[in-house]
Design a protein. Sequence first.
Length: 371
Amino acid sequence: MPDSAGSDRPVIGVVGGDVPVEIIEAAGGHAFRLSGADRPAGAEAVRLLGAAVDSVAHSILDSILTGEAGFLRGLVVSRDSQAALRLFYVLRMLAQQGRAVPDVHLVDLLHLPRASTRDYNAGQLAEMADTVAGWTGTGLTPQNLYTARKLRAELAAALRTVRARRAAGAVTGATALRVYTLAQTRTPAGCLASMDAGLGATRSRPDPDSASEGPAEGRCRVFLTGSTVDQVSVYDRLEAAGLFVAGEDHNWGDPVADLWDTPAEVTDLPTAYAEIAGHRLHAGPMAQTSGLAERARYSADRVRRCGASVVLSVGRDHDPAPGWDRPGLIRELGSHARVVRLPVAAHIWSADELGTAVELLIREDCEATAP
C-alpha cells in the first residue's frame, strides 16, 4: 500500500513494465506498480490463473482477492507477458461475477520499429488515458501531460545518476533496486525527495574514483538477467554473502532509468501520445517484448558498462524467456563474462536457491557458459 510519501490522489495500480505512468499522473492519479508479495499465493489465486503461470501473477491476484489491494481505484495491466494477460481476463471475469475487484484496463503496446506500430500504440495510450480519466474524474490536458512528463524526465535523470554511481561501485545493488522500486510506487516528487534524503548527492556527477572506497571493493561483480526480480531481499542476501549486484536488465531495475525522456511542449494530446509511443519503442528491449538478437546485444552492453565478470541468468518456473535469451547472450559476451544458470521455483527464493546462486557465482571452475 502507498505510504505517507505518496499522495492523496486516487491510486491506480500498474501491472507490468510497459505502462506509461506519466499518463496516469497527468490524469490526477498516483501510479503504483504492483509486485509479488513475500509469501506464497493462496490456493484460490492459483486455481483461477492455473498452476502453469508465473508466480508473480499468482501473488498479485492473491493480494487483490484478500483485500490487500483494496486501496486501488483501478488497475492498468500491460500485455507484456502471457501471465499478465491471463490476470487481466481473470479480473474481468471476477468483476462480471460481482466480486470486489478493481476496475481493470488492458494496454497493448507493440514493439516493432515501425511508424505503424507507433501510431497503433498512440491509439492505445489515448484509450488508456480516457479510461484513467474516468476513474480519477480528472481529464487530461496537453499542459497537465507536459508537466507530468517533465517531472518523470527529471526523475529519470536522477535514476541514471544512481545507475552510474552503482557502476562506479559507490551504491549497492540493493540500494539501487530500492530506488527503482520507489520510482514505480511513489509519486515522482516523493521519490526524488526520498533519494535526496537517503542518498545524499544522488543527482551529483558520479566520481569514477569512488569505486575503490565503495561497497563494491573486493567483491565479485554480478549482473542479473532472466526472470524479473522484484524482491529487494534477494539483492540484500546476495550482497550480504559478499557479492556486488552491479546491474540487471529486468524491468524492475536499471532499464527503468530509460523509460522517460525530456518532452517537447505540444498543444494537442494526440501528438503527445505519439511522442510517448515513439520513445517507448527505443527505451531498451525487454525480454517479453523484443527480438532475441536485439535483446542479447542490449544485455551484453549493459554487462560491460557495469563491469560485471559473471552473469546470473535466473529462470523462474513458467517463464520461458530466460532460456530463449541465454544462448545469444553467451555468444555476445564471448570471454568477457561467465554466464551461470539458476532455476528458481518462484519469485520468493528459498534459502537453498540463494545458497546455490552464491556458490555458482563464486566458483570459477564450473562449466558456467553452457546454454
